[in-house]
Design a protein around this ligand. Structure first.
Ligand code: FAD
Length: 458
């Protein structure tokens, strides 16, 4: 049956005018907003949730990776390749008691040599402080529903929140919605990539006896990642734990049926297995309301079933209960916006460098199967943040990089943060110079990034 349409005519008030508007306050958006405001732009950051941090706070446990994969290549130097604003956020978290900092892996260092664990609630507070200090205007509980467009140039956003439907005019728009919502509204070309990956729903359990659990797992040779660090307890110092639950036939059967894996997780405080990443569904199009709704329901069933099975069958979980689930299913990949440069896996593994690179990165989520050569780093060119065919718009985060294996590097939290800092800085410089982001002098951009502490090589 043909779809019916209704015709709407309305006038939308322009409630805000600014230099740079950032759509989406996930890891990329937060760093973009801080960078734009600190570079003198009147900046607005819009997000649909009641907090900033996005997918990272919806269950993307530890941050991979501020460092290169030096543990997989004996003798390789240890390089902190992501610095600047992402690193400053970690320093602020450490000072606020919200992170033990960058921790070396005791086992599993050829997957990720250093992981950075953070307390999400403290992150929420610290990041609001940082936004206020930088002078970013934040609009929470606000959906971006359209763009203001003149021909192929984006001039701002249409938003909807409790105050109704309103518009924001801006000199430059940055899309950090993860799903490329703004780019799609603006008519930028994109492909849908959800078939290639899984959506997930990590969860947290309290009253887990971590030492007892680890003793059981070690006895059965099930541990694949572990990190020990002080977490304020004299009997429990396990902060990172991954294990192969499928070695137990009962679990294997259920996990294979549902698409679950792992689990891989983080424990921040004694008795708190804060983050258990295992529940999964394949090929969900999270830009389709009905598909997303169905996935949320199925994933919640997985969480409750798996937690019951852990309690009944695995020592250490006997008295445990679920105390945290995310505000949304965890989405890895939906729209991929076509940009002027599309990172290839070959460039990533060979540590390609570019004249207009705006960040360096040294992690791949499929390590040790796929690693950057000789524990090196690769550069991400500015062009990778510039969508084709649309002016006035920059994109950053998990919506770039069309090759699945290459995306397995660029989509990681710390990469998204570094991309955000680059995009926000570029947006502010473009607005100040009154030039389109495409016309921005990249040597000036790189100079500004270096001045704010971004590592672009010696
Ligand atoms: C289950 C899971 C586990 C993961 N584990 C790890 C891990 O351990 N380590 C790691 O490094 N990476 C991990 N990742 C990947 C990583 O967390 C994400 O790719 C990264 O955080 C994405 O950041 P982003 O800023 O691009 O997007 P997001 O964090 O998704 O941010 C997008 C923001 O935009 C907002 N938004 C979206 N649409 C709109 C709209 N129309 N209007 C208003 N606001 C909107 C959202 O609310 C959100 O805040 C994981 C991902 C998943 C799903």
């Amino acid at each position: 049956m043909a779809m019916k349409f209704i015709q709407e005519t309305r006038q939308t008030p322009v409630r805000y005018e600014c230099d740079v508007v950032i759509a989406g306050g996930g890891t990329a958006g937060v760093c973009a907003a801080l960078a734009a405001a600190r570079n003198g732009a009147r900046t607005i950051l819009v997000d649909r949730y009641n907090f900033l941090g996005g997918t990272m706070l919806n269950g993307a446990g530890p941050l991979h990776s501020f460092y290169n994969l030096y543990k997989a290549f004996p003798g390789a130097p240890k390089i902190q390749c992501v610095r600047g604003i992402p690193s400053e956020i970690v320093d602020r978290l450490i000072a606020a008691g919200g992170s033990p900092g960058h921790l070396e892996q005791d086992k599993g260092g050829n997957y990720d040599s250093v992981i950075t664990i953070i307390d999400w609630e403290i992150f929420k507070d610290v990041i609001f402080d940082m936004m206020q200090e930088a002078g970013v205007r934040i609009l929470l509980h606000t959906m971006v529903v359209d763009v203001i467009r003149e021909k192929n140039t984006v001039r701002g956003l249409v938003i909807e929140g409790k105050s109704g439907r309103e518009a924001i005019e801006a000199k430059v728009v940055v899309d950090t919605t993860g799903d490329g919502d703004v780019a799609a509204f603006a008519g930028a070309p994109f492909t849908k990539k959800h078939q290639t990956t899984k959506v997930g729903m990590p969860f947290g359990m309290l009253n887990v006896d971590m030492p007892r659990l680890v003793a059981f797992l070690e006895e059965h040779d099930m541990v694949n990642q572990i990190v020990h660090a002080d977490k304020g307890s004299d009997r429990d110092d396990i902060v990172r734990l991954g294990f192969e639950l499928k070695k137990i036939p009962l679990f294997k059967e259920y996990m294979d049926q549902t698409g679950m894996w792992g689990p891989l997780g983080v424990s921040r405080y004694q008795g708190d297995y804060s983050y258990i990443n295992s529940c999964s569904l394949p090929a969900v199009d999270a830009t389709d309301t009905e598909a997303l709704t169905g996935a949320e329901i199925k994933l919640r069933k997985q969480v409750i079933t798996l937690s019951r099975m852990l309690r009944e069958h695995i020592p250490g979980f006997e008295k445990a209960h679920v105390y945290w689930t995310p505000a949304s299913a965890g989405i890895r990949y939906t729209r991929c916006v076509e940009c002027e440069h599309d990172m290839s896996l070959e460039e990533i593994v060979n540590g390609a460098r570019f004249e207009d690179e705006v960040m360096l990165y040294g992690f791949h989520d499929s390590a040790p199967r796929i690693m950057i050569k000789d524990a090196g780093v690769y550069g991400l060119p500015y062009r990778a943040l510039l969508p084709k065919q649309v002016e006035g718009l920059l994109v950053a985060g998990r919506m770039i990089t069309s090759d699945f294996d290459a995306h397995m590097s660029t989509r990681n939290t710390v990469s998204c943060m570094a991309q955000g800092e680059a995009a926000g800085t570029a947006a502010a410089l473009s607005a100040r110079a009154n030039v389109a982001p495409r016309e921005l002098d990249t040597s000036r951009l790189r100079q500004a990034l270096r001045a704010q502490g971004v590592y672009l090589g010696e």
